[in-house]
Design a binder for this molecule. Structure first.
Ligand code: ATP
Ligand code: MG
Length: 561
């Protein structure tokens, strides 16, 4: 690619609508442009990276027996109604106005449609079908450039099997393929598992990267690899110690004391000596939740304990149930179900609300004073806590999902009537898995992990070009000639090259662009060195520069590989 004639519109300034490094750098390096909220065009340089990533994905998918499809993005709505997913996607799905069509946000329905009546004998399986194709989702808040778009490229794969064991095997193949793909792309990632524990067909794992631009919060243990979404991450923080002697219960007048911090300040106590109360309505009945100090209730964990309908009580309900407002509520004398976090299991000498405004109670002993109290892990885990699996500490941070592997089971086959006949002539729904990777996201996440103040730092596997060849003064004949010769010779030797042959750009401008675009190796052809038969090589990742004899360039490049 010759920069003099290529469309690589680099920007010097940081675009005002971009906040995160990958978004800024993809815009500045002329790889993408925004067309509308969450809608981006990939320009030639950016699309080259998409193609490189797609090729890595293809190779790994083909290696596990995947067969590549290309499905329509425009789908008849009735196919999605058969699986109740028009409703499930709700506003996230784009609908076409003048036809009963939708724009596909994923492709389980269409793949199952193709399997139906064709993959009909146990002999026709296993199958792994995939595609790399555009998806449409009406994301409420598109952000981070291509990281969360309303139109994006996804590799989606689907497995079709006759038994749950075979589904396990297909799932494991994808797990391996995904690790290979992300390793080859040079990404630092970790895997978050989520198993609902239901029999077969529900296991899923997410491949994630750490990033402040992420919208998921995860708990991760560097030491043993434990990783879980914060919504389900197990907290095993040490329990409050039970004091040897339990005091008697007593009332304390606490005028205007509403929060745990105010209570601690007022009584000169530690927050661990307090039990905070929250009232939820579960299937119409109140449940009191007790947490240690300012610990927050993890509503996902609570939801898993209390299945059914659950919501925080409204202020009027609080008054009716407890006789007090939020800030003065506690377990003593309260009827109904009481659940406390494991951290305050069997605690004594605690302070809590008195169910009377402006009063608290001290000397509470859960074992003695609160009958039928139940204990569960209800906390939102925090950085620095002990790992649930090993002795190291947990780090909590934001992360982005790169890929997802999921044992679907028979949901889609049942919805669309995709059955097969087994060895005994019996009919069953096909057992499926689904496996996605956000291709644009892989690119953006790579940049999130590989940049400096000057620009992107590509490493060989994803670099759009191996070498950025810079001719400094392209009005000088000898430089033009050397650049043109090198441009061809390097390509003949298997290197992909971008040549900065612009006549009107200054040296500083060219250097800045080369650092911004970030190819792994820069070769600078300048007058001073060339007069001595030499050129300069610079490694983008380390900024290391060396002057090399033109005659020894290829040996030098081999060393660098
Ligand atoms: P998220 O939680 O980030 O919305 P998801 O759970 O909706 O992701 P899946 O439906 O599993 O994602 O899609 C598979 C992959 O597609 C994701 O792992 C992600 O890499 C990518 N992806 C999903 N939504 C978007 C989007 N709006 N923009 C870009 N990539 C996306
Ligand atoms: Mg989503």
């Amino acid at each position: 690619m010759r920069l003099s004639s290529a469309f690589v519109p680099t920007l010097k300034e940081v675009p005002s609508d971009a906040v995160i490094p990958s978004h800024i750098l993809m815009l500045r390096s002329g790889m993408i442009r925004m067309v509308g909220a969450g809608i981006y065009s990939f320009l030639p340089l950016g699309y080259k990276v998409i193609q490189i990533i797609s090729e890595i994905i293809r190779e790994e998918m083909n290696a596990i027996g995947g067969q590549e499809f290309h499905l329509p993005a425009l789908n008849p709505r009735e196919l999605w109604e058969a699986t109740n997913r028009v409703e499930a996607f709700g506003d996230t799905m784009f609908h076409i106005k003048n036809r009963d069509y939708v724009l596909a946000p994923t492709h389980e329905e269409i793949m199952t449609f193709h399997a139906k009546g064709v993959v009909k004998s146990y002999k026709d399986m296993p199958q792994i079908w995939y595609q790399i194709q555009t998806k449409f989702r009406n994301e409420a808040r598109p952000r981070g450039g291509v990281i969360r778009g309303r139109q994006f490229l996804m590799k989606d794969a689907y497995s079709f099997d006759t038994t749950w064991e075979n589904l396990d095997a297909a799932y494991d193949l994808h797990d391996k393929a995904y690790r290979n793909i992300f390793d080859r792309c040079g990404l630092k990632y970790f895997v978050v598992g989520a198993s609902s524990g239901a029999m077969g067909g529900s296991k899923s794992e997410e491949f994630m990267v750490r990033s402040d631009a992420g919208e998921d919060t995860v708990a991760h243990c560097e030491s043993c690899g434990y990783a879980a979404n914060i919504e389900v991450a197990q907290s095993v923080t040490s329990r409050a110690e039970r004091k040897s002697e339990s005091k008697d219960i007593y009332n304390i007048s606490t005028p205007n004391v509403k929060s745990i911090d105010e209570l601690c300040e007022f009584l000169k106590i530690n927050e661990r000596e307090t039990a905070k109360s929250r009232v939820y309505i579960h299937n119409g009945a109140p449940v009191l939740i007790l947490m240690s100090g300012n610990d927050e209730v993890n509503e996902t964990k609570l939801g898993a304990i209390l299945s059914g309908n659950i919501r925080p009580a409204h202020p009027e309900e609080l008054k009716e149930i407890t006789g007090a407002d939020a800030g003065s509520i506690g377990p003593i004398g309260l009827k109904g179900r009481i659940i406390a976090d494991n951290r305050i299991k069997s605690a004594n000498n605690l302070y809590s609300g008195a169910n009377k405004n402006d009063f608290h109670i001290g000397g509470i002993d859960f074992d003695r004073d609160v009958k039928n109290i139940e204990y569960f892990d209800l906390r939102i885990i925090q950085s620095g806590e002990n790992c649930a699996r090993c002795v190291a500490t947990i780090d909590v941070f934001k992360a982005i999902e790169l890929g997802h592997i999921f044992k679907l089971g028979t949901k889609y086959a049942e919805g669309l009537g995709a059955n097969f006949v087994d060895e005994n002539g019996e009919e069953h729904p096909i057992i499926m898995g689904s496996y996605g990777i956000g291709v644009d996201r892989v690119m953006a996440c790579y940049i999130e992990q590989n940049f400096d103040e000057r620009g992107i730092i590509w490493k060989k596997p994803l670099a759009p070009f191996d070498i950025h060849l810079i001719g400094l003064n392209m009005k000088k004949e000898s430089i033009v000639e050397t650049c043109n010769d090198l441009y061809l010779e390097l390509q003949e030797n298997g290197y992909s090259v971008i040549l900065d042959d612009r006549t009107d750009a200054s040296a500083g401008f060219k250097f800045n662009d080369a650092d911004l675009l970030g190819m792994p190796i820069q070769i600078v052809v300048g007058e001073k060195n060339l007069n001595q038969g030499k050129i300069e090589i610079k490694l983008r990742s380390t900024n290391e520069k060396q002057i090399v004899e033109l005659n020894h360039l290829f040996e030098k490049l081999k060393e660098l590989k």
